[in-house]
Structures are given as structure tokens and as C-alpha cells.
Ligand binder design. Structure first.
Ligand code: NAP
Length: 276
């Protein structure tokens, strides 16, 4: 078994994830795994980094596929006895003018951004070694979508006692409410992406609390963040940040020094803790 530190970035064949891997290859003292659902796109991205003189390793990972997540989990367990850094970056967004029915957009978006990310966490968080760092890439849209929720929902999403099961129930309810055409009446904002990212931010707050309760002495720091508005296939060419600039806050959180005691359980943008 290798004692080399290991970092894993989900959805890193392009965009911000790719830039996070590039930065980690330069700064992380260990093996860096670029992961992708499509091995061809993943290997191509690894080769691109190789041309820049950087060495990333590849492992397949589709966060929508529990078998794929478990295969990565078993690989990390066997080869490294766990992992040191996990960046949950993989995500999707329908374009604004997409005509796919809203209920379908809700189901598909929540499936990857919330349920997929949660499944990765469920399988990989127990493997995170002491002083490990976990970064969940959310979005400022989670904050604006929170503002668009009913008072009752806002209270639930800001609660310091909400459980993961309760959050899953709420995310499931959103999808069901969209199918019944009742989501706005039930206090939800009109954004599937926004609700999925509320899920990611609140999940991060819950997971950080669980780490405090269950692994107090392990000094693991887990946070959610927004990369900013970044020029990628998701956000388009008009966005203000380059992918490397978008990687800065996630990489800052992934590389928090081993003696740092925070941030933990926070939502950050531009390396600054934001009020939730
Ligand atoms: P992007 O260029 O579209 O890249 C998304 C990445 O996620 C791709 O590598 C994609 O792989 C991967 N992915 C999607 N579904 C996946 C799945 N089921 N399993 C594994 N990988 C999957 O988007 P981006 O702008 O870099 O976004 C990265 C993250 O930042 C997302 O979580 C996004 O919500 C968040 N974010 C972005 C912005 C922005 O302005 N760009 C702002 C706030 C937050 P494929 O190539 O196979 O599709």
C-alpha cells in the first residue's frame, strides 16, 4: 500500500475541475487523480497536462453511477488506504433557454448535483484520512436561490440541526413538487440548478457537523464554495474569470495547512467566508 498522499477531483476532464487538477499537480505533495465519467475524455485531459509538464493520474468516475463510485472507493482503499483531498466539482446545468420541461430539468439536475455528490460523499468521506480536506463546489446561486425560498424553507436550510435524511427528503420533495406543477406554491424558487446547489451547501454544513461529532480529533476540514463566474462550457465565454482563476478558492480550501482549524462547515467565495 502506498503512503503517498492522494487527491481526487470529480468531473475534472474540463472546465474548473481540470484547472483544479492543474493547480494541485503544481502544489499538492502527492498523487493527483483527474477523474471523468468518460475515460476517453479523461485520458485526453491527462495528456494535455502532460504536455504542460504536469503528471496527473486517471480514474474513471461517473457520480451518477454508484458502481463507478464504489470502484473508485475500493481502488483508493486498496492502493492508498484512503484519501487526503476530495474535491466534489462535477456538476451540470441546463442552459437558460433550454426547452426541456422544468420537472425533467429538476430531476436530472438534482440527480447529479445533489444526489450524485451525496453518494460520492457517502462512499468516500469514511476514507478521508486525518487532516484531510474536502471541498464541495457549490455556487453563489445557492445563496440567491435560498433567498427565493419561502420563510419556512429558508429556516430549514439555515438550521443547525437539520439532518442529512431531512435534507434528502426536501430535495426529493422539490423534484416531486415540480412534477405536480406545485413547486412555487410549495415555496420553492424557480431554479433547479439553484435548489441543487442549496442541497450541496446545506449538505456540506451537515457533513462538517457530523465530522465534529464523529471524528473530532482528526482535524478534517470540509467546506462548500463558489468558484465565481467562470468561462467554461457551463457558463459560456462572457464569464469574468478564467478556469485557473475559478480554481483558486477550491484549491485554497483543498490545501489548507495541516495546522489550520478553519474554515470548516462554511460557504466561501473569493477565499472569504460568506453568511448563509
Ligand atoms: P463544465 O465545464 O460543464 O464541467 C463540468 C464537469 O463535470 C465536466 O468534466 C463534466 O464531464 C463533469 N460531469 C458532469 N456530470 C458528471 C457525472 N455524472 N459524473 C462525473 N462527472 C460529471 O462546468 P464548470 O463550469 O467547470 O463547473 C464545475 C463546477 O463548478 C460545477 O459543479 C458547477 O456547478 C460549478 N460552478 C460553475 C460556475 C461557472 O461560472 N462556471 C459558477 C458556479 C459554480 P463531461 O465532460 O463528461 O460532461
Amino acid at each position: 500500500m502506498s503512503s503517498v498522499p492522494v487527491a481526487v477531483v470529480t468531473g475534472s476532464n474540463k472546465g474548473i475541475g481540470f484547472a483544479i487538477v492543474r493547480a494541485l499537480c503544481k502544489q499538492f505533495p502527492g498523487d493527483v487523480y483527474l477523474t471523468a465519467r468518460d475515460p476517453g475524455r479523461g485520458q485526453e485531459a491527462v495528456a494535455k497536462l502532460q504536455e504542460e509538464g504536469l503528471r496527473a493520474l486517471f480514474h474513471q468516475l461517473d457520480i451518477d453511477d454508484l458502481q463507478s463510485i464504489r470502484a473508485l472507493r475500493d481502488f483508493l482503499k486498496e492502493k492508498y488506504g484512503g484519501l487526503n483531498v476530495l474535491v466534489n466539482n462535477a456538476g451540470i446545468a441546463f442552459k437558460v433557454h433550454d426547452t426541456t420541461p422544468f420537472a425533467v430539468q429538476a430531476e436530472v439536475t438534482l440527480k447529479t448535483n445533489f444526489f450524485g455528490t451525496r453518494n460520492v460523499c457517502t462512499e468516500l468521506l469514511p476514507l478521508v484520512k486525518p487532516c484531510g480536506r474536502v471541498v464541495n463546489v457549490s455556487s453563489m446561486v445557492s445563496s440567491s436561490a435560498l433567498g427565493g425560498c419561502s420563510r419556512e424553507l429558508q429556516q430549514k436550510f439555515r438550521s443547525d440541526t437539520i439532518t442529512e435524511d431531512e435534507l434528502v427528503e426536501l430535495m426529493t420533495k422539490f423534484v416531486e413538487d415540480t412534477k405536480k406543477g406545485m413547486h412555487e406554491k410549495e415555496g420553492w424558487p424557480n431554479t433547479a440548478y439553484g435548489v441543487s446547489k442549496i442541497g450541496v451547501t446545506v449538505l456540506s454544513r451537515i457533513q462538517a457537523r457530523m465530522l465534529n461529532e464523529k471524528r473530532k480529533g482528526d482535524h478534517i476540514l470540509l467546506n462548500a464554495c463558489c468558484p465565481g463566474w467562470v468561462r467554461t462550457d457551463m457558463a459560456g465565454p462572457k464569464a469574468t474569470k478564467s478556469p485557473d482563476e475559478g480554481a483558486e478558492t477550491p484549491v485554497y480550501l483543498a490545501l489548507l495547512p495541516s495546522d489550520a482549524d478553519g474554515p470548516h462547515g462554511q460557504f466561501l467565495s473569493n477565499k472569504t467566508v460568506r453568511t448563509w
